[in-house]
Design a protein around this ligand. Sequence first.
Ligand code: TRP
Length: 345
Amino acid sequence: MAMAGDKTPPKTVFTHRKGEMIMKKLLSVALCAAMLALTAGCSQKQASSQAPADAESGKLKIGLIQLAEHPSLDEIRTAFTDELAALGYGEDKVEIDYQNAQNDMNNINAICQKFAGDESDMIVAIATPAAQGAASVTTEIPIVFSAVTDPIAAGLVSDLQKPDSNITGTSDAISVEGIFTLADELTPGIETYGLVYNLGEDNSVSVIADAKAYLDAKNIAYREATVTNVSEVTQAMTSLVGKVDAVFCPIDNTVANAMPNLAQIAIEAKLPVYVAADSMVADGGLATVGVNYTNLGKQTAKIAAEILGGKPVSEVPVEVLDEYATVVNPETAAAIGVDVSQYVK
Ligand code: TRP
């Protein structure tokens, strides 16, 4: 596995674009309307014929489960579907049944059971808990996971190079050292870090273990504020104010869902928040050194296309992205008085 130190991270910057947000909202309203129309069309079609959709249309069926809708996972899904189409598996060849599990374990189980029962040709699972749900329903249908931070710790594969079951995919493993080194550069002298994460997410627990080992070795103290769901995130962040000098959040889906609120509390308290994903910087975190999730979605599509084309899963190793970029939020930096100019193009 490649480490962040292998490459000098390119210097990039995120800025908020309000117009774009509004466009996105309008688009999603239009999309909902289109989906409603489609659902109506589908039920009519089913009523007139008993045959399953694929037998009728000759299309491959992909069940696509996404843990929740937050900016990073949405970015992955869009890149995945676009790239899959570019690789020859567009709407004419595959039918993608997209389901959002809304961060709920019961939903994950129900969706995955349905995919298995539907005799899907492939299940694509975005984020660790979704992939774990898919793995629990089938040992036969190929499962391609996306953005699983630590596929081994998550119990999905035992060897990244040689998948030995029906499961392979892409990982967004990161180097905590890269992030803490950046933190030391931007805000030197941090004595105590606050760690905010969901203990139930294996992806977070794995990164937090690395973070603690790093901080222990450097004799830097830390204080944990763990959560079990999205509604606890602001309370966890508030509990750290006045007790820590900075906050670190791993690639945690629960925290990502409440990131704008967490960031607001941190900005008011003038606390730097170092995160592990670029979307969490866009949502108000100060900085990260992380992977590009559009690239990760594309990489996931390449793996899916190979398997749809007939390659056995055992011959498709797990792909770990090894290019990292430093991403800073100049607005957050200005609000808390940190100089990030060297990372602003
Ligand atoms: N890596 C996360 C997982 O394993 C999923 C993820 C992708 C994510 N991008 C993110 C989580 C951004 C939080 C923020 O489940």
